[in-house]
Design a protein around this ligand. Structure first.
Ligand SMILES: C[S@@+](CC[C@H](N)C(=O)[O-])C[C@H]1O[C@@H](n2cnc3c(N)ncnc32)[C@H](O)[C@@H]1O
Length: 382
């Protein structure tokens, strides 16, 4: 009977003296066909080496029947054991012997890794039998942990990003249900809570792009919807600028403050836990202080940024400044639609879209719409 962790495996048994030559030959002659099961341990017995063979009988038989080897070998069956040091290259590979092929085809091709946490959405599993589904999800979660060094916890994404704080429902499917993690990106570190703060690793290149723009010394920047600070911090990391970072979510603010301390910054960040809409109130001292003073404003709340244009106009220098605005816009021609939205809103406030410095699709958002960004010079011309 097999011991736990062991399973009946077919091995190729060959004299130790011939093992090296054998390995060279299979590399040359069978380079495109996998014969040896690299996930399992190679065994040694007296003057013999035992190489574990893959389960695919067709490939193994092709190999056994080929007459290219003068070397003598024997095929035997004995207990095989997984090599704990083997690094799986994909979750599909890690699950090859554990799940039926039609289920493996339904495993999502991508998932997010944020420090020690992975987040996966099983949209293709919906039609499956409910009992088995949870078993399959657990197996996939285990495979994610095997494939990704450092990942300890896996959450299933159960809803779209929603609400004022832009959060998604997450359900723990593997490891400790602790949503706090530390994520490293572009030489910065971000502590965050995946359940109670917004964060996506998918904007890594966009944040890098923003941080590499040309900033004037002591430029005054407002990051209106800062979250845990990935944009503000990456800009202030390498630029001598003054950033005012706002977020309405108290948890995002808590981590924003921590992240400012965690990163050695060239610039200054002043963090505030408020609704940016209140900046326009006559009694708001910070709003009064920033009114007509800001050089650059970042608006990363794609579903609603456009609604806050009046706040941006209130803060921006009337002689002109730069706006980076993110929007979800419908296809076709999402960029044109985004520019039109912005132009109309600005014109309604006595402001003009002076120059589009850059505009692009950042990523697909849904089958019908894209996330776009417009970098634009705007100024007040009543
Ligand atoms: C899409 S997230 C972007 C966060 C961050 N910029 C990033 O890239 O990770 C938008 C953030 O805006 C915050 N937010 C939403 N409405 C707000 C408001 N009226 N005033 C300030 N922050 C707001 C949410 O709490 C959320 O953290």
């Amino acid at each position: 009977m097999n011991r736990p962790g062991k399973e009946d495996t077919q091995f190729l048994k060959i004299q130790k003296d011939h093992a090296e030559e054998f390995l060279k030959l299979i590399k040359i002659k069978f380079s495109d066909v996998n014969i040896i099961d690299k996930r399992k341990k190679v065994l040694h017995s007296g003057s013999y080496v035992l190489f574990p063979l893959i389960k695919n009988r067709e490939n193994v038989n092709k190999f056994i029947e080929s007459d290219i080897f003068d070397l003598k070998f024997e095929i035997i069956n004995t207990n095989g054991e997984l090599d704990p040091n083997y690094k799986f290259r994909s979750i599909e590979e890690a699950l090859a012997d554990e799940l039926p092929e039609d289920i493996i085809e339904l495993i999502p091709k991508s998932y997010d890794v944020i420090g020690k946490i992975a987040i996966i959405e099983f949209d293709q599993f919906i039609a499956l039998n409910i009992d088995k589904t949870s078993l399959y999800k657990k197996k996939v979660a285990e495979a994610i942990v095997k494939v990704n060094k450092g990942v300890e916890t896996v959450y299933e994404k159960k809803s779209e990003v929603k609400g004022k704080y832009r959060l998604k429902d997450l359900q723990s499917i593997f490891g400790e249900d602790n949503p706090e993690t530390i994520y490293k990106e572009n030489n910065c570190m971000f502590k965050l809570d995946v359940k109670n703060t917004y964060f996506t690793p998918r904007l890594v290149f966009e944040r890098k792009r923003l941080s590499l723009l040309n900033f004037a010394k002591n430029e005054l920047i407002v990051d209106m919807f800062a979250g845990v600070g990935p944009i503000s911090i990456q800009i202030a990391k390498s630029n001598e600028v003054n950033v005012y970072s706002f977020d309405i979510n108290p948890m995002a603010y808590k981590y924003l403050i921590e992240n400012v301390k965690l990163n050695k910054l060239k610039g200054e960040i002043s963090a505030h836990n408020i609704d940016v809409a209140t900046l326009i109130n006559l009694s708001n001292e910070l709003g009064t202080h920033l009114n007509d003073c800001v050089d650059r404003i970042i608006m990363n709340l794609p579903e609603q940024s456009i609604k806050y244009i009046d706040i941006a106009c209130f803060l921006m220098k009337k002689i002109g400044g730069i706006l980076h605005i993110y929007q979800f816009c419908e296809k076709p021609n999402p960029i044109e639609k985004g520019i039109e939205n912005l132009r109309n809103k600005l014109n309604g406030k006595g402001w003009r879209l002076e120059e589009i410095i850059n505009s692009k699709i950042v990523k697909a958002f849904s089958p019908k719409s894209d996330l776009i960004v417009i970098d634009a010079k705007i100024r007040y011309i009543p």
